[in-house]
Design a protein around this ligand. Sequence first.
Ligand code: BGP
Length: 484
Amino acid sequence: MKKIEGFPEGFLWGGATAANQFEGAYNLGGKGLSTADMVKFVPKKERGEGFSLDVSRTEIEVILNGKVEAVFPKRFGVDFYHHYKEDIALLAEMGFKIFRLSINWARIFPNGDDAKPNEEGLVFYDKVFDECLKYDMEPLVTLSHYETPLNLTMKYNGWADRRVIDFFINYADTVFRRYKNKVKYWLTFNEINIITLSPYTGGGVLVEDAENPLELSYQAGHHQFVASSLVTKLGHEINPEFKIGCMLARMTTYPETNNPEDVLKAQKENQINLFFTDVQARGEYPSYMNRYFYENNITIQKERGDEEILKTYPVDFISFSYYMTATASSKSSDNQVNGNFISGMKNTYLETSDWGWQIDPIGLRWTLKDFYDRYQLPLFIVENGLGAYDKVEEDGSIHDAYRIDYLQKHIEQMKEAVIDGVDLMGYTSWGCIDLVSASTSEMSKRYGYIYVDQDDEGNGTLKRLKKDSFYWYKKVISTNGNEL
Ligand code: BGP
């Protein structure tokens, strides 16, 4: 019997971004407004504990009337729109095999429900994908990453309305056909489970008038499930070579103690988290959700045929983000939301990032093994990394040893999981080039191998600088993860 030594040949090393935090040019090239363009920067001291990512209809109307003096960082991102050649060249210099980015729906269909696509938007992504392919870098494309055309929110209340499924299919059909020879790897919805924590971010849904906001969020999630399955079917018809995956914000939860009550509590938290992947990979609603729905007064409106659609068109692979783990105790009520995540209580064995995210490399190995046991489908880690403050030295160097340490420990555990038998396709660490934070809209929460000169208010030269981690990751890739 031969021991598996480490990462398989052809392992897809790379990094990840999302249009709404990266691209900028929010009003150029015929792009329509999207939900992310309405999110303003709120300084840390004003944010407070109960900080919410959601924006209300009234706030949006005020913003649209131009009466708000604020910075909207997601509108400018780091201007990838004008820097894509330089950025992709830098990623190629690191040896990237794959680059995760998202298409901004409102760049293709400015209002979401338009009859015809915006050619200028399509041309932009043609140029981006061509640039990737020039360096033999595969694009990994997310169809919907935390933005919905704003018009769909104002007119239909986003994914709460079933009609949005058809608009999404039309959008997917357009980009699948256009890029069928350029893009092979696709994800339907980024962190699909976030819809229950932030319905506006995840689905362009406004819940302020809803009788039962959680019910509305799960209903919107159901529409996304159906859309995702139908788009998977469509993608395979357009190009049978397509690999189409789901994407979950995985939050592995440990019991606080070996008290069976705590163990049971942690199991419940894990089920609520994994529910989304259970539907997308196994093709049906798991029975454990019946009780949860009953206890939360949730009834999902399904149409005839929905169940068959979910069952017939599951995903090809499972992708997920992994930043930290959580801990559950039977004594505390429910987990607390931290940024776009649930963090629960303190785990005294773990260190935390400057934003309170609990760093847990071994948890990644456990998570990979657990995923693989549950689904036996190929896995892809499409987000992982450390958000940290970086300091630029006088000579322009950036010594981010803390980031290297975080990534090195996580990759080491990934390798162990592969040796344990997990089928892992690739790894795209988050924010390979610094970009705007999803949860706080800060620029100063940086993840990149490449620094971008810009502050929280959007001031800066946008100059790109290589951090120490740039050279480190280049070596990791060139040795296929053997030198960490
Ligand atoms: C995930 C999102 C990303 C990203 C990342 C880091 O939830 O998919 O868009 O931003 O988290 O989060 P943050 O930017 O809040 O640090």
